[in-house]
Structure formats: C-alpha cells, structure tokens
Design a protein around this ligand. Sequence first.
Ligand SMILES: CC(C)(COP(=O)(O)OP(=O)(O)OC[C@H]1O[C@@H](n2cnc3c(N)ncnc32)[C@H](O)[C@@H]1OP(=O)(O)O)[C@@H](O)C(=O)NCCC(=O)NCCSC(=O)CCS(=O)O
Length: 383
Amino acid sequence: MNFDLSDTQLMIQQTAKKFAESELFPVASTVEDKAQRPLFLANLKKLAELGFMGLNIDSQYGGTEAGTIAFSLAMTEIAKGCASTAVTMSVNNMVAEVIQSIGSEEQKQRYLSKICSGEFSAGAFCLTEAGAGSDPAAMSTKAVKYGDHWIINGTKLYITSAAYAGVFVVWAVTDSSAPKGKGITCFLVDADNPGVSISKEEQKMGQLASATNEVVFTDCKVPATAMLGALNQGFKIAVSELAGGRIGIGSLALGLGEKAIELAIDHVKERQQFGQSIADFQGVQWMLAEAKTDMEAARLLLLKAAFEKEQGRPFGPQASMAKWFATEKANQACYTAQQLFGGQGYLKDSPIERLVRDVRVTSIYEGTSEIQKVIISRDVLNE
Ligand SMILES: CC(C)(COP(=O)(O)OP(=O)(O)OC[C@H]1O[C@@H](n2cnc3c(N)ncnc32)[C@H](O)[C@@H]1OP(=O)(O)O)[C@@H](O)C(=O)NCCC(=O)NCCSC(=O)CCS(=O)O
C-alpha cells in the first residue's frame, strides 16, 4: 500500500492551495454580499482556467483528466479558501461527469468544453423538489413526449448555481405508470430555454455567495436529443452520480474542518489567559488532538472512496461513509475551533463564524447523514 500522492496529484493540490490562499480566502467574506457576485463569478472563471471545473473529464472535451483523488484533494484546498466556490466547483464537476458518463457524443461536444472552460459559470443538477428531497424517486416534475420533442413541467428546489448556470440536468417522470423510480428520465436543458425560469433565491445560513434557487419548468420544450442516457433509467443515473458528488462534499467539509483547526492553532498559541498561552492547557491540547485525528480519519475515508471510484470499482457505500463521517466531524471541528476562539469566534468579522455557518449544510445537502447511513447499512446487511 502506498499513501504517497503522484506528482500530478501533488501539483493539483498545491495549485489549489495557492489559489485558495491568494484569491479566495481574502474575499470569502466579501463575496457573501450578493452585490459582489461579479467577483465571485470572476473567481469561478479563474478556477475553470486552472482546469478545476472538469478534473475528471477527458482532455478531448477540455477536461483535466486528473482523476477522482486529485478532485478530492483540490476540493479540500478550495474549500479552505471559500466554501461557496467549492460547492460550485463540486456541482460543476458532477454535472460534467454525468454528461461524460452517459451523454451522447453530440451532448459531450456541446456541453463539456463550455463547463470545463468556464464559458458556462456553472452547471446545475435539478433533482430535488418540495416533496422529493431524501426520496427523489417521489418527484412530480413530468416530461411528456410529443413527436420529436418533450415538454417538461414542474418545479425544482434548492438548485445550486441556478442563477448563473448555462445548462441544467433535469430529472422528470416519463412513465407515471411504472413502479416508483422506474419511470424517471434525465434531460439536458439550456438555461436560455424560454420554458425555464429561475425563481426566488433562498436566504441561507451559510455558503452565501453560492446562489440556491427554485427553478420552474413551464411547458419547457426540449428536442428528443436532449434526453440524457436511456429512457426511464434516470433515477439510477441520479443515485449513481450523487455517490460521486458525495466525495466532493465530504472533501469540501474536510477543508472547512482543517481550516478551522489551522485558525484555532494560531489563535491558542497567541491568546494569553491566566498568565500563559492557552495552548499550554491540556484541555485545549486535547480538543485540538481530537479534531485533528477526526480530520485525518475523514481524509483517509475520502481518499479510499476516491481511489475506488478512480479504479472503476463500486464505491457508493464507501462514498457514503466518507461523506457522513467527514461532514459530521468537520461540523464538530468547526464547533471546537469556535469554542477555542471564545467570544471572538462569535463575531461576524471572525472567519470562524463563517466556517461554522458554511459547514452546517454539508451534513444535509447531497444526502443527509441519515441517508448515508441508510446506504451504508443496506450494503452491510446485503453483504
Ligand atoms: C435513499 C436512497 C439511497 C435510495 O433510494 P431508493 O430505495 O428509492 O432506491 P434504491 O432501490 O436503493 O436504488 C434504485 C436503483 O438504483 C440503483 N443504485 C443505487 N445506488 C446506486 C449507485 N451508487 N450506483 C448505481 N446504481 C445505484 C439500485 O441498485 C436500484 O437499481 P434497480 O432498480 O434495483 O435495478 C436514494 O433515494 C438517495 O440517495 N436519497 C438521497 C437523495 C439526495 O442525496 N438528495 C440530495 C440531492 S442534492 C441536489 O439535488 C442538489 C444538487 S446541488 O447541490 O445543487
């Protein structure tokens, strides 16, 4: 067994770290203000130019072809700079990967280079609905075929990047008489399709720079060639792609947890109380030791899941273990770091305050911790 990273993986990790430190972290609080969205989008474009919007996409389509381990490493570093940027990068990579894995040659040619190059600021993954969150197979958005085109009607919720996405991957029921989950099909819908409207932007607790919107499809007409993958196979496509996305979100959470610990280490060395640095108190040392060990364990779980995916082997339950563990422990690490900052960590101008807000959703979106445990336990019981 070899734990060493390849030269390419190290280079990608270092590039991400440098970009996060120089371009993202200094403006992470600034871009929380929606008026600063152009700055946020400009950084997404730079990230695309670095090759980070298609890390696992073939070079013939404009991707970096660096693999899933490199993707996980890059996500962690980018999240240390700005979680909103990182989640956009994660969803973009997931959208690009679903097109690469099941798209027609024409669809790959049409969309992948635009996502990878940053010509599209983002791609969006339109699965969730008001009545279909943890249970996406319960969706009610419908697509009906008329001759050589489909008409899509329905409303999707909590869609990351919808406000500036160039393309939407949309799931809709195409056979309502089929058993649950067996009559869903996936479509590619251009953002400028007149049947698409981007509705209200959600007011969130964290990851404020990244837009999260409702997306409404009203008699949205798409050609038959917009179907992504096979008819009525969409649900399997969704759960399979979400497994890859979970490596991204777990890696993002790891970055937030690590950043919180780094900030806390600097703080406890500097902060003097009772005539000594608070780093000299064993209670403080143990808090850091526990958080650091949790993050190291999370990293190993994430890299194992990424390795399995990269090898083309089943990785769904492993990705769920990694996502569940990394996001829960990153939440704890941010909480610990905030505790170590004391009152200062509760102030709006403290970076810890933002990390605590940004990390919270990681154990909710792209599958709650409870859903990850459903996936893991089903796998354990079927072994
Ligand atoms: C709860 C679930 C895990 C499972 O749901 P179901 O019980 O309804 O479905 P299953 O029977 O388990 O699976 C259906 C079908 O798919 C196959 N399958 C399952 N997992 C995989 C996989 N990893 N790769 C390939 N195929 C897979 C399974 O074998 C079945 O096949 P057969 O029918 O037997 O042939 C699931 O509902 C779930 O994951 N729920 C959570 C949903 C979620 O994460 N939602 C958040 C979405 S994030 C979002 O939409 C926003 C994106 S962005 O951030 O903007």
